[in-house]
Design a binder for this molecule. Structure first.
Ligand code: PBG
Length: 320
Protein backbone atom coordinates (compact mmCIF):
# COMPACT_ATOMS: atom_id res chain seq x y z
CA UNK A 1 0.00 0.00 0.00
CA UNK A 2 2.93 2.35 0.64
CA UNK A 3 4.08 1.83 -2.96
CA UNK A 4 0.57 2.31 -4.24
CA UNK A 5 0.30 5.76 -2.76
CA UNK A 6 3.92 6.97 -2.82
CA UNK A 7 4.03 10.54 -4.12
CA UNK A 8 7.61 10.68 -5.34
CA UNK A 9 9.38 8.51 -7.85
CA UNK A 10 13.15 8.09 -8.07
CA UNK A 11 14.11 6.44 -11.32
CA UNK A 12 17.37 5.84 -13.19
CA UNK A 13 16.10 8.12 -15.93
CA UNK A 14 16.26 11.08 -13.54
CA UNK A 15 19.98 10.68 -12.87
CA UNK A 16 23.02 12.16 -14.58
CA UNK A 17 26.44 10.63 -13.89
CA UNK A 18 29.31 13.11 -13.41
CA UNK A 19 32.50 11.58 -14.87
CA UNK A 20 36.12 12.72 -14.77
CA UNK A 21 38.52 12.10 -17.64
CA UNK A 22 42.19 12.83 -17.24
CA UNK A 23 44.69 13.49 -19.96
CA UNK A 24 47.89 11.48 -20.17
CA UNK A 25 47.20 8.57 -17.83
CA UNK A 26 47.20 4.90 -18.72
CA UNK A 27 45.26 3.54 -15.72
CA UNK A 28 42.18 4.97 -13.99
CA UNK A 29 43.16 6.85 -10.83
CA UNK A 30 41.07 6.51 -7.67
CA UNK A 31 40.04 9.73 -5.91
CA UNK A 32 40.63 9.32 -2.21
CA UNK A 33 37.91 11.66 -1.03
CA UNK A 34 35.34 10.22 -3.49
CA UNK A 35 35.33 6.48 -2.85
CA UNK A 36 34.18 4.56 -5.93
CA UNK A 37 34.79 7.49 -8.31
CA UNK A 38 37.88 7.61 -10.52
CA UNK A 39 39.70 9.86 -12.93
CA UNK A 40 39.18 7.92 -16.15
CA UNK A 41 41.51 7.28 -19.02
CA UNK A 42 39.99 7.80 -22.46
CA UNK A 43 39.45 4.07 -22.76
CA UNK A 44 38.07 3.45 -19.29
CA UNK A 45 35.65 6.34 -19.82
CA UNK A 46 34.34 4.72 -23.00
CA UNK A 47 33.82 1.44 -21.17
CA UNK A 48 32.16 3.13 -18.20
CA UNK A 49 29.68 5.02 -20.38
CA UNK A 50 28.84 1.90 -22.38
CA UNK A 51 28.08 0.09 -19.13
CA UNK A 52 26.03 2.99 -17.79
CA UNK A 53 24.03 3.05 -21.02
CA UNK A 54 23.36 -0.68 -20.68
CA UNK A 55 22.13 -0.02 -17.13
CA UNK A 56 19.62 2.48 -18.48
CA UNK A 57 21.44 5.68 -17.55
CA UNK A 58 20.35 8.42 -19.96
CA UNK A 59 22.95 11.12 -19.39
CA UNK A 60 26.52 11.81 -18.30
CA UNK A 61 28.33 15.07 -17.63
CA UNK A 62 32.05 15.27 -18.33
CA UNK A 63 34.78 17.07 -16.42
CA UNK A 64 38.32 17.18 -17.80
CA UNK A 65 41.65 17.08 -16.01
CA UNK A 66 44.30 18.43 -18.40
CA UNK A 67 48.07 17.81 -18.27
CA UNK A 68 48.86 21.48 -18.64
CA UNK A 69 47.07 24.36 -16.93
CA UNK A 70 47.56 28.01 -17.93
CA UNK A 71 46.25 31.44 -17.01
CA UNK A 72 43.16 31.38 -19.25
CA UNK A 73 42.41 27.65 -19.21
CA UNK A 74 43.04 27.14 -22.93
CA UNK A 75 42.81 23.35 -22.56
CA UNK A 76 39.08 23.86 -22.13
CA UNK A 77 38.60 25.05 -25.73
CA UNK A 78 41.46 23.30 -27.52
CA UNK A 79 39.87 20.94 -30.09
CA UNK A 80 42.40 18.36 -28.90
CA UNK A 81 41.68 19.12 -25.23
CA UNK A 82 40.77 16.12 -23.12
CA UNK A 83 37.03 16.75 -22.93
CA UNK A 84 36.73 17.39 -26.66
CA UNK A 85 38.61 14.19 -27.43
CA UNK A 86 36.45 12.25 -24.97
CA UNK A 87 33.24 13.73 -26.38
CA UNK A 88 34.20 12.57 -29.88
CA UNK A 89 34.81 9.05 -28.52
CA UNK A 90 31.49 8.96 -26.69
CA UNK A 91 29.53 10.51 -29.55
CA UNK A 92 30.75 7.66 -31.76
CA UNK A 93 30.07 4.96 -29.14
CA UNK A 94 26.78 5.93 -27.53
CA UNK A 95 25.77 9.32 -28.95
CA UNK A 96 22.44 7.89 -30.07
CA UNK A 97 21.38 6.64 -26.63
CA UNK A 98 23.12 8.78 -23.99
CA UNK A 99 22.76 12.54 -23.59
CA UNK A 100 26.30 13.91 -23.56
CA UNK A 101 26.69 16.90 -21.30
CA UNK A 102 29.88 18.88 -20.77
CA UNK A 103 30.65 21.05 -17.77
CA UNK A 104 31.66 24.43 -19.17
CA UNK A 105 34.16 26.21 -16.95
CA UNK A 106 37.88 26.87 -16.67
CA UNK A 107 38.73 26.06 -13.06
CA UNK A 108 40.04 22.60 -13.99
CA UNK A 109 42.21 24.25 -16.66
CA UNK A 110 43.61 27.38 -15.01
CA UNK A 111 46.90 27.42 -13.13
CA UNK A 112 45.33 29.75 -10.50
CA UNK A 113 42.22 27.60 -9.98
CA UNK A 114 39.57 30.28 -10.58
CA UNK A 115 36.54 29.85 -12.82
CA UNK A 116 37.57 32.82 -14.96
CA UNK A 117 40.35 34.94 -16.36
CA UNK A 118 42.07 37.23 -13.81
CA UNK A 119 42.58 40.99 -14.13
CA UNK A 120 45.97 40.98 -12.36
CA UNK A 121 48.59 38.69 -10.87
CA UNK A 122 47.24 35.48 -9.31
CA UNK A 123 47.18 35.53 -5.52
CA UNK A 124 47.43 39.35 -5.28
CA UNK A 125 44.82 40.83 -2.92
CA UNK A 126 43.64 43.35 -5.56
CA UNK A 127 43.20 40.77 -8.29
CA UNK A 128 39.68 39.79 -9.34
CA UNK A 129 38.11 37.53 -11.90
CA UNK A 130 37.45 39.59 -15.04
CA UNK A 131 33.83 38.73 -15.80
CA UNK A 132 33.67 39.99 -19.37
CA UNK A 133 37.06 38.69 -20.49
CA UNK A 134 35.93 35.32 -19.17
CA UNK A 135 32.80 35.38 -21.36
CA UNK A 136 34.93 35.29 -24.51
CA UNK A 137 36.67 32.17 -23.23
CA UNK A 138 33.35 30.51 -22.34
CA UNK A 139 32.01 31.18 -25.85
CA UNK A 140 35.03 29.41 -27.36
CA UNK A 141 34.60 26.45 -24.98
CA UNK A 142 30.91 26.09 -25.87
CA UNK A 143 31.66 25.91 -29.58
CA UNK A 144 34.56 23.47 -29.06
CA UNK A 145 32.37 21.18 -26.94
CA UNK A 146 29.47 21.33 -29.38
CA UNK A 147 31.80 20.70 -32.35
CA UNK A 148 33.04 17.61 -30.48
CA UNK A 149 29.54 16.22 -30.02
CA UNK A 150 28.13 17.63 -26.76
CA UNK A 151 24.34 17.66 -26.75
CA UNK A 152 24.20 19.91 -23.69
CA UNK A 153 26.72 22.44 -22.39
CA UNK A 154 26.53 23.31 -18.72
CA UNK A 155 28.16 26.60 -17.75
CA UNK A 156 29.17 26.39 -14.09
CA UNK A 157 31.31 29.48 -13.59
CA UNK A 158 28.58 31.90 -12.43
CA UNK A 159 29.80 34.77 -14.62
CA UNK A 160 27.14 37.39 -15.34
CA UNK A 161 25.88 37.13 -18.91
CA UNK A 162 27.40 33.72 -19.58
CA UNK A 163 24.26 32.04 -20.87
CA UNK A 164 23.51 34.76 -23.44
CA UNK A 165 27.05 34.80 -24.79
CA UNK A 166 27.13 31.01 -25.04
CA UNK A 167 23.75 30.85 -26.78
CA UNK A 168 24.85 33.42 -29.36
CA UNK A 169 28.15 31.64 -29.99
CA UNK A 170 26.47 28.25 -30.39
CA UNK A 171 23.87 29.64 -32.79
CA UNK A 172 26.49 31.46 -34.85
CA UNK A 173 28.44 28.21 -35.18
CA UNK A 174 25.39 26.28 -36.40
CA UNK A 175 24.72 24.54 -33.08
CA UNK A 176 21.15 25.72 -32.59
CA UNK A 177 20.12 22.31 -31.25
CA UNK A 178 22.73 22.18 -28.51
CA UNK A 179 20.99 22.90 -25.22
CA UNK A 180 22.20 24.91 -22.23
CA UNK A 181 21.88 23.54 -18.71
CA UNK A 182 22.72 26.59 -16.62
CA UNK A 183 24.21 26.20 -13.17
CA UNK A 184 22.03 29.15 -12.21
CA UNK A 185 21.92 29.08 -8.42
CA UNK A 186 25.33 27.83 -7.45
CA UNK A 187 26.35 28.57 -3.91
CA UNK A 188 29.88 29.20 -2.59
CA UNK A 189 29.67 25.94 -0.68
CA UNK A 190 32.11 24.07 1.50
CA UNK A 191 30.81 20.87 -0.05
CA UNK A 192 32.92 21.00 -3.22
CA UNK A 193 36.12 19.90 -1.47
CA UNK A 194 36.37 16.35 -2.85
CA UNK A 195 35.58 17.61 -6.36
CA UNK A 196 38.61 19.86 -6.21
CA UNK A 197 40.71 16.78 -5.41
CA UNK A 198 39.08 15.03 -8.35
CA UNK A 199 40.16 17.73 -10.79
CA UNK A 200 43.45 18.65 -9.05
CA UNK A 201 42.22 22.20 -8.52
CA UNK A 202 43.33 24.52 -5.78
CA UNK A 203 42.96 28.26 -5.66
CA UNK A 204 46.21 30.21 -5.51
CA UNK A 205 46.71 32.38 -2.43
CA UNK A 206 43.92 33.21 -0.02
CA UNK A 207 41.23 33.31 -2.69
CA UNK A 208 37.77 31.83 -2.71
CA UNK A 209 34.81 31.89 -5.07
CA UNK A 210 32.59 34.17 -3.01
CA UNK A 211 32.79 37.00 -5.53
CA UNK A 212 30.96 34.96 -8.16
CA UNK A 213 29.19 32.10 -6.39
CA UNK A 214 26.17 32.79 -4.19
CA UNK A 215 25.98 33.53 -0.50
CA UNK A 216 24.23 30.73 1.40
CA UNK A 217 22.32 33.33 3.43
CA UNK A 218 20.37 34.34 0.33
CA UNK A 219 17.35 32.74 -1.31
CA UNK A 220 15.80 35.58 -3.33
CA UNK A 221 19.12 36.16 -5.06
CA UNK A 222 18.79 32.65 -6.52
CA UNK A 223 15.57 33.72 -8.24
CA UNK A 224 17.34 36.70 -9.83
CA UNK A 225 20.03 34.38 -11.18
CA UNK A 226 17.49 31.87 -12.51
CA UNK A 227 15.40 34.57 -14.20
CA UNK A 228 18.51 36.11 -15.77
CA UNK A 229 19.61 32.76 -17.17
CA UNK A 230 16.16 32.03 -18.59
CA UNK A 231 15.99 35.45 -20.21
CA UNK A 232 19.35 34.72 -21.84
CA UNK A 233 18.19 31.39 -23.25
CA UNK A 234 18.83 28.66 -20.67
CA UNK A 235 16.95 25.48 -21.51
CA UNK A 236 17.28 23.97 -18.02
CA UNK A 237 18.37 25.51 -14.73
CA UNK A 238 20.30 24.01 -11.84
CA UNK A 239 20.53 24.46 -8.11
CA UNK A 240 23.77 23.38 -6.46
CA UNK A 241 24.48 21.86 -3.93
CA UNK A 242 21.23 20.00 -3.35
CA UNK A 243 20.49 18.97 0.22
CA UNK A 244 21.30 22.21 2.00
CA UNK A 245 19.28 24.02 -0.67
CA UNK A 246 16.03 22.04 -0.89
CA UNK A 247 14.13 25.25 -0.22
CA UNK A 248 15.78 26.83 -3.26
CA UNK A 249 14.96 23.80 -5.44
CA UNK A 250 11.32 24.01 -4.35
CA UNK A 251 11.14 27.76 -4.95
CA UNK A 252 12.74 27.49 -8.40
CA UNK A 253 10.41 24.65 -9.35
CA UNK A 254 7.39 26.72 -8.36
CA UNK A 255 8.65 29.66 -10.36
CA UNK A 256 9.80 28.29 -13.71
CA UNK A 257 8.46 25.99 -16.40
CA UNK A 258 11.76 24.58 -17.65
CA UNK A 259 13.32 21.40 -16.25
CA UNK A 260 15.03 21.93 -12.90
CA UNK A 261 18.25 20.06 -12.11
CA UNK A 262 19.98 19.69 -8.77
CA UNK A 263 23.61 18.73 -8.21
CA UNK A 264 24.13 16.34 -5.30
CA UNK A 265 27.76 17.37 -4.99
CA UNK A 266 30.98 15.65 -4.04
CA UNK A 267 30.87 16.58 -0.34
CA UNK A 268 27.31 15.32 -0.02
CA UNK A 269 28.37 11.99 -1.52
CA UNK A 270 31.58 11.80 0.53
CA UNK A 271 29.73 12.36 3.82
CA UNK A 272 27.51 9.36 3.19
CA UNK A 273 30.46 7.22 2.13
CA UNK A 274 32.51 8.17 5.18
CA UNK A 275 29.74 7.68 7.72
CA UNK A 276 28.71 4.38 6.13
CA UNK A 277 32.33 3.15 6.11
CA UNK A 278 32.38 3.77 9.85
CA UNK A 279 29.20 1.78 10.26
CA UNK A 280 27.38 4.86 11.50
CA UNK A 281 24.65 4.95 8.88
CA UNK A 282 23.11 2.54 6.37
CA UNK A 283 24.60 3.51 3.01
CA UNK A 284 21.80 2.30 0.76
CA UNK A 285 19.00 3.67 2.92
CA UNK A 286 20.55 7.11 3.31
CA UNK A 287 21.56 7.43 -0.34
CA UNK A 288 18.04 6.53 -1.47
CA UNK A 289 16.46 8.80 1.13
CA UNK A 290 18.57 11.77 0.11
CA UNK A 291 18.10 11.36 -3.65
CA UNK A 292 14.37 10.93 -3.13
CA UNK A 293 14.27 14.07 -0.99
CA UNK A 294 15.88 16.04 -3.82
CA UNK A 295 13.20 14.74 -6.19
CA UNK A 296 10.47 15.49 -3.64
CA UNK A 297 11.70 19.08 -3.40
CA UNK A 298 11.13 19.41 -7.15
CA UNK A 299 14.24 18.39 -9.07
CA UNK A 300 13.47 16.83 -12.43
CA UNK A 301 17.04 15.61 -12.80
CA UNK A 302 19.80 14.95 -10.31
CA UNK A 303 23.50 15.00 -11.04
CA UNK A 304 24.92 12.47 -8.60
CA UNK A 305 27.95 10.25 -8.05
CA UNK A 306 25.45 7.60 -6.90
CA UNK A 307 24.10 7.14 -10.44
CA UNK A 308 25.92 3.88 -11.16
CA UNK A 309 25.17 2.45 -7.71
CA UNK A 310 21.48 3.29 -8.06
CA UNK A 311 21.22 1.88 -11.58
CA UNK A 312 22.92 -1.33 -10.42
CA UNK A 313 20.58 -1.62 -7.43
CA UNK A 314 17.59 -1.29 -9.70
CA UNK A 315 19.02 -3.82 -12.15
CA UNK A 316 19.60 -6.24 -9.25
CA UNK A 317 15.96 -5.88 -8.27
CA UNK A 318 16.70 -4.31 -4.88
CA UNK A 319 13.80 -2.42 -3.47
CA UNK A 320 14.31 1.29 -3.27
C1 PBG B 1 33.19 24.29 -11.44
C2 PBG B 1 32.48 23.17 -10.77
C3 PBG B 1 32.63 22.75 -9.45
C4 PBG B 1 31.79 21.64 -9.27
C5 PBG B 1 31.16 21.41 -10.50
N1 PBG B 1 31.59 22.39 -11.41
C6 PBG B 1 33.54 23.22 -8.39
C7 PBG B 1 33.51 24.56 -7.83
O1 PBG B 1 32.70 25.42 -8.16
O2 PBG B 1 34.36 24.79 -7.00
C8 PBG B 1 31.62 20.88 -8.00
C9 PBG B 1 30.92 19.58 -8.10
C10 PBG B 1 31.03 18.75 -6.87
O3 PBG B 1 31.48 19.18 -5.80
O4 PBG B 1 30.64 17.58 -6.98
N2 PBG B 1 33.69 23.91 -12.68
Amino acid sequence: MRDLVAETQLDVRHLVAPLFVREGISEPQPIESLPGVVQHTRDSLREEVRQLADLGVRAVILFGVPCIKDSIGSGAFDPEGIVQVALRDLAADVGDRVVLMADLCVDEYTDHGHCGVLDGPAGHPDTSVDNDATLDVYARIAVAQADAGAHVVAPSGMMDGQVGVIRAALDAAGHQQVAILAYSAKYASGLYGPFRDAVDCSIVGEGDRKAYQQDWRNAREAMVEVEADLAQGADMVMVKPALSYLDIIAAVKARVDVPVAAYHVSGEYAMIKAAAANGWIDHDAVATEQLTAIRRAGADLILTYFTRWFAESVAAGKST
